[in-house]
Design a protein around this ligand. Sequence first.
Ligand SMILES: [Zn+2]
Ligand SMILES: [Zn+2]
Length: 377
Amino acid sequence: MVPCPWEDITSLLLRVARRLGLSDAQRLLKSDQSGERPIAYDAQLPVLRTSHAYAAMERLLHLPETMLYGLTLHRFAPALLLPSHAKESTQRPLLSREGGEHFFFPLLTSKVCPLCLQEQEVYARVYWRMKLILSCPRHHCLLFDACPSCHAPIPTLRSSFTTCPYCKKNDRYRLEKPVVFPTRGLLFAGEVFLMRALGIEDGADSRGISLFQASPLLSFEPWLYFQLLERFGEVCRYLLPEQLRLAFCQHLLIPEGYPSLASAPKATRARAQQLVLFHALFAYWPKHWSAGLTTLQRVARELAGGCCQDELAQSDQLLHVLTTHQPDLDTIASGLKHLFESWTRLAHQQTLTQCREDLLLPTRHRLITRGNDVGGE
Ligand SMILES: [Zn+2]
Ligand SMILES: [Zn+2]
């Protein structure tokens, strides 16, 4: 059986099992009668690594190793791995275990698009597993990561593409009302940019990329883009609690307003905000760059509350270099990296020592009110 575009390895296993009249893919995995050690854990499937595992899958699916590789998460390794790491691998680059855990859902679970599950050829996409891919590039609706009825995670090795194996409600995944994903604005642009960096062209359109015209983001290698995006995710997590993030989005950087993903889980909303704020720094270049970074530095300074003066002085210097001269690409990349790390360290330290949300919130609120005057131009 030939894999469909962007198909996940567990999806192909289920389709093959069905063709053979087996009720699920687990049975297919157990049916390998070669007498050799079977593939030990289902969780190894999306990250097939050893030649033994590849050989076993080649026997089961009658596909060459190159094709099998394309069904695994390793296909994203060239975009996600540092060039030095990618070179280390002799054949095709493999994601490390940490890399897999960092960028993707736990290996036995994934998300689904209800509209993809309504199509004639139903199958699961490998990129649904990526944490930062929040929407279907083909249908522009939110992917969901839990059963709408019983809220159980969505296992990848299940006996039906459309029915939840836990509550067994018929076609529950497929019949869920799709949540429309806005197809304009920075969240959409950020998603399009991210998929472009991963080389995903599954129905994706290039609207949105034009927002980054003339910005250095377009010149970053994919691995560098992902490195900065991830470091910024840490900044968001520690420095900007949800209310502040929203205020930041609504008033400072996002003229079109912040898309409401009210029905989405908290983790999805946090990832949406990470995408919006990070891409906002680079959109309409250089409109938001200076005000955005300066505001973040001010948040960090307020949070430090008079401590960590050395660290703050260093980040002030970096900020100066990044916002007043016309820095080249290398300076922007290394400057941002250090700035993000510094803010995360500061916020982390303060969280450890103070941990008093009630004391911190009023000052943050004042800061945002002031921030509006600066950012509002
Ligand atoms: Zn879809
Ligand atoms: Zn369920």
